[in-house]
Design a protein. Structure first.
Length: 371
């Protein structure tokens, strides 16, 4: 990494700093300028900091809501979009009505509705005030399986009591409908909640086993993440995933090209702590080869914020790998910390040590970006 690039990164860290759930007027002005600016890297650093104060800070909420519905971010491919969603989901319940009004004031089109649903689904019970709005939208979008399925999951996530809604979701997943695929995706992105129990959990296991040999790779890793988070991976499924890792992800000279190496490795690391070191190393090697890009985006959403955040021990296992002798493993671990951002700031001393002492220039560059 060049001295100029390193200086830029470190100066950025010093300028923006880390919040402690409140910021000075001067700092907030800098954050406002950053999120409205054209520099995506600076926005990437500013958004999580605004999220740290958004819970009770109306001004921060408004900035993030504006960015949520802006044309500057692409919800289908941009990790920046997820960072905005994650930041807003930490806001208090009063943000719910503010979000709905903003959606109506911008453009109440399907793309913006998807953005709104993503936030409400992640807010969970804090978004109960959205129930009347969601029921209205449900009726409007009966002919759109993608939107209808997403709305049904959001209603369940925020605690809307409806046997009909849960029965419909179960039926959709059991019958493998288009609406069911949308429901699986929203459950994964918004985060599994307590309503995912009993028959529906059993159906997820059945889906995973049936999808395992199919071409639906996306469906396979979504299902594995869901089941791992809610703690429902059975022994036969775990063995099957373990066999896959050993056969497809550990061959000498292998390129780790199958994305299931990433998801299955993290899922098994959580499902069986006694094998966490081995399976996590396999996943991180894959992440090192596909990052930056899809690897970081997927790791940030599905692994970092959903899977690892649901169990503190997983983060500890991840940080241990920063001392690994394999540079690919260390690289993958730092890309994970990069994606997690401020949520991983307590581990910055270990990353700083790599930046200062590791002779590998590529590792030092990623360490600087992570910081």
């Amino acid at each position: 990494m060049s001295t100029k690039s390193l200086a830029f990164v470190l100066c950025l860290v010093l300028i923006l700093g880390c919040s402690q759930n409140e910021v000075s007027v001067g700092r907030f002005q800098k954050l406002t300028k950053a999120i409205k600016g054209q520099d995506a890297f600076v926005r990437f650093r500013a958004i999580p900091e605004l999220g740290q104060i958004a819970e009770h800070n109306t001004a921060a909420q408004k900035l993030l809501i504006r960015h949520l519905f802006s044309e500057e971010i692409d919800p289908d491919a941009d990790g920046e979009f997820f960072d905005v969603v994650k930041a807003l989901s930490r806001s208090d319940s009063s943000t719910t009505i503010r979000l709905i009004k903003a959606y109506q004031d911008f453009k109440p089109v399907s793309q913006n509705l998807k953005r709104l649903l993503f936030v409400l689904g992640r807010m969970g019970p804090k978004a109960k005030a959205a129930v009347p709005f969601l029921l209205e939208q449900l009726e409007k979008h009966r002919q759109d399986p993608e939107i209808e399925g997403s709305i049904r999951v959001v209603l369940a996530n925020i605690g809307y009591k409806s046997d009909e809604n849960l029965a419909t979701i179960l039926s959709d997943i059991r019958k493998r409908t288009e609406r069911g695929k949308s429901e699986i995706l929203m459950i994964t992105l918004a985060g599994p909640r307590d309503w995912l129990r009993g028959d529906i959990t059993k159906e997820f296991r059945t889906c995973l086993n049936e999808s395992y040999e199919s071409d639906e790779v996306l469906e396979v890793h979504l299902l594995s993440i869901i089941l791992s988070v809610i703690g429902e991976i059975d022994n036969s499924t775990a063995k099957r995933l373990d066999v896959f890792l050993k056969a497809q992800c550990k061959a000498e000279g292998g390129d780790y090209i199958d994305i299931r190496c990433l998801y299955f490795g993290f899922v098994l690391a959580k499902a069986d702590p006694t094998k966490a070191d081995e399976t996590l190393r396999t996943a991180l090697k894959y992440l090192a080869l596909v990052s930056p890009g899809h690897g970081v985006y997927a790791a940030d959403i599905l692994i970092g914020d959903i899977l690892i955040a649901s169990e503190r021990n997983m983060m500890k296992e991840l940080v241990k790998t920063l001392d690994d002798s394999d540079p690919n493993v260390v690289t993958g671990a730092m890309w994970m910390l990069f994606g997690l951002g401020l949520d991983a700031k307590e581990y910055s001393p270990k990353v700083l040590k790599i930046l200062k002492e590791n002779p590998d220039e590529d590792l030092r560059e990623i360490a600087a970006l992570s910081l």
